[in-house]
Design a protein around this ligand. Structure first.
Ligand code: F6R
Length: 630
């Protein structure tokens, strides 16, 4: 996840920026950069216009060496002239455009007099870039961000009375999410900041002003913090803060008290990264949906790198993945088959490789991997390519090995996940695969436009529903407390509930080291029911997804054998609640989208049980975040 730091005033601008960037490192980044307004101390002024005026310059440095980027920046910064008046810095986690120095922030306008750093996604960047290029601007990066700085340049050229007014005019043209900071030579002590969706916090002292995308970057510098709200713009000068709405109405900033130490602040006040990441799931889903639906209701996955003609010519889909990513594939298989009327096979990557699968030029092989490095999946995709298949990768890391080798990529935009167990990347994967399923249906003409529009509405309602499910952690904890001494857990589901059950069992195994198995509920009497005895905890997905009655018949079978029944049920469904010892409530959604919401209480349940048993949820034993061995 990208990070922003900015400061104006004081003697230590550069140190604050470099130290702030280092404190943002924990968010994950692939490249970094900074820009400073500096007063040249090395030249006598010869330009008569500038006589008597300190010649201010805008100085920029960028590095794209992964986690070594900050060292390289610090080295380059030794060459910046002094004194430094103000600065903006950025750690980048690539979304639009691969990680490279050219794509690292800050981005400059054509004249090199304005610099911008940005977190978020500019949805209409392609149309703005075309317009700006047509008007003579030279855009140099592959990012969505760069359009902003050229829009600011254009607004100033059109007569905007100062940087703040120009930023306001630029943002009026922009759709999407942003937290940004802008610096310009002509007002060297001013940092203009603005936000929509992506967070920004301001810190003030009597002689300086600071800005950052999160509080850890500023801890110890001040204890006067102001959190900017959506659609607000802030003008920061040494010792002064002016906040307005993006429309220009004045806002009285209200100070926030922060009592966190650095570790707590990095976790945003959560006890651990897993809990923070579970709470980031609504944003992960929303970001994965962002800018992928055009105004006319059509889905265009621009970054896919293969044309719609290719997708329309596919006659079979094969999904390969491991662990939670495999479950995401399984969850989306139902929608792909139903909407796009394509046969969808799914296989564990380590099995696929060695079984001579039948794939050819007409097969779309979809690799799902949060890291993009899992060797089993990577090798499976290579095997598929050798056999002539088209390979598409759903991945959370830009420029990972899988994405470099694939014919097409669909990025999830969950931001870096630090907890070892997948949570927000998993929900983002399901969302991305559902988008792919809809796109396949659209290009193949297997769904009416009106149906696609309705489904898109349901997809866009998911972040709020996920948010409601996430906020029920205390209720889930109460259920976990009831069964904390149990040693055997059976997760059951049918249809899309089946992979949800598999993921629930995997999460519990990973985090709590407890015996947990997931089964399709209909398979119960063909063997697994022998495991059920008094004391067994059965967790069932009993949301109203079409097979509810059959699911409840299976629940009755285990109930009559003495199991303790915990059911995931839709809000208000008292009939289901009446058949359970405990209920994990979730909001209802479209059945084929329901895994995105229904899996959340199982994540919370595994988390709660692990905590009750005193385990480290961020670093479960024996597990690694990136699995590069077979
Ligand atoms: C489970 C988990 C693992 C991964 C699996 C694949 O919480 O994180 O099961 O899903 O190792 O990893 P990626 O998605 O990186 O290929």
């Amino acid at each position: 996840m990208c990070g922003i730091i900015a400061v104006t005033g004081g003697d230590e601008v550069l140190d604050v920026i470099l130290d702030g960037l280092a404190r943002l490192e924990y968010r994950g980044y692939d490249s970094a950069g900074l820009a400073l307004t500096t007063v040249r101390d090395d030249a006598t002024v010869v330009d008569s216009d500038l006589e008597g005026v300190a010649p201010v310059t805008l100085w920029r440095a960028r590095a794209a060496d992964g986690t070594r980027s900050l060292d390289h920046l610090a080295k380059q910064a030794e060459g910046a002239s002094r004194p430094v008046r103000a600065g903006i810095g950025h750690t980048r986690w690539a979304t639009h455009g691969r990680p490279s120095e050219g794509n690292a922030h800050p981005h400059l306008d054509c004249t090199g007099r304005i610099a911008v750093v940005h977190n978020g996604i500019i949805e209409n960047h392609a149309e703005l870039a075309a317009e700006l290029t047509g008007a003579g601007h030279r855009l140099r990066s592959e990012t969505d961000t760069e359009v902003v700085v050229h829009l600011v340049e254009a607004a100033l050229a059109a007569g905007a009375p100062g940087l703040a007014a120009a930023v306001r005019a630029a943002l009026a043209r922009v759709r999407g999410a942003f937290a940004l900071a802008v610096l310009a030579v002509d007002e060297p002590d001013l940092v203009v900041a603005a936000r929509r969706v992506s967070p920004l916090v301001v810190g003030m002292t009597s002689s300086s002003a600071f800005l950052a995308s999160d509080i850890p970057a500023l801890l110890g510098r001040t204890d006067r913090f102001y959190v900017l709200d959506d659609d607000q713009l802030a003008e920061l000068r040494p010792g002064s803060l002016v906040v307005t709405t993006l429309d220009g109405d004045p806002v009285e900033p209200v100070a926030t008290t922060v009592e966190w130490d650095l570790d707590a602040a990095r976790k945003d006040g959560f006890d651990d990264f897993m809990s923070k990441e579970i709470h980031e799931q609504p944003t992960a889903v929303a970001n994965t949906l962002l800018d992928r639906v055009h105004a006319d209701g059509h889905l265009v996955l621009d970054e896919l790198r293969v044309g719609h003609d290719v997708l329309a010519g596919i006659d079979k889909v094969f999904v390969v993945a491991c662990g939670s990513s495999y479950h995401a594939g399984l969850m989306a298989k139902y929608a792909m088959e139903h909407w796009a009327r394509l046969p969808v096979e799914i296989d564990i990557a380590s099995e696929f490789r060695y079984r001579d699968p039948v794939v050819d030029e007409g097969t779309l092989v979809v690799g799902v991997s949060q890291s993009g490095e899992t060797v089993d999946t990577l090798q499976a995709l290579r095997e598929a390519k050798r056999k002539g298949a088209r390979v598409l990768v759903v991945c959370n890391v830009v420029d990972a090995s899988m994405t470099r080798e694939a014919d097409a990529v669909l990025y999830t935009r969950a931001g870096p996940e630090i907890g070892v167990a997948a949570t927000k990347t998993h929900l983002a994967q399901i969302t991305a695969l559902l988008l792919l399923a809809l796109t396949l249906a659209q290009v193949r003409g297997t769904l009416e436009d009106a149906d696609v529009r309705l489904l898109l509405g349901d997809l866009h309602a998911l972040p709020d529903k996920v948010g409601l499910a996430v906020d029920r952690g205390d209720d889930v904890l109460a259920v976990a407390e009831q069964v904390r001494d149990a040693s055997a857990f059976l997760f059951l589901g049918r249809h899309v509930g089946y992979p949800v059950a598999l993921e629930g069992a995997l999460k519990l195994k990973e985090l709590s080291y407890l015996r947990a198995e997931g089964f399709p509920a209909g398979e119960l009497k063909h063997g697994p029911i022998a495991l059920v005895e008094p004391g067994t905890v059965v967790l069932g997905v009993a949301t109203r997804t079409g097979l509810w009655e059959k699911m409840m018949a299976n629940v009755a079978e285990v109930r009559s054998r003495g199991a303790t029944i915990v059911l995931v049920a839709n809000d208000g469904d008292e009939e289901t609640a009446g058949l359970a010892d405990a209920v994990l409530w979730v909001p209802a959604t479209h059945p084929l989208l329901s895994p995105v919401v229904d899996v959340v209480p199982f994540q919370l349940f595994a988390y709660a049980l692990a905590r009750l048993h005193g385990y480290d949820v961020d670093r479960p034993r024996n597990l690694a975040k990136v699995v590069t061995v077979e």
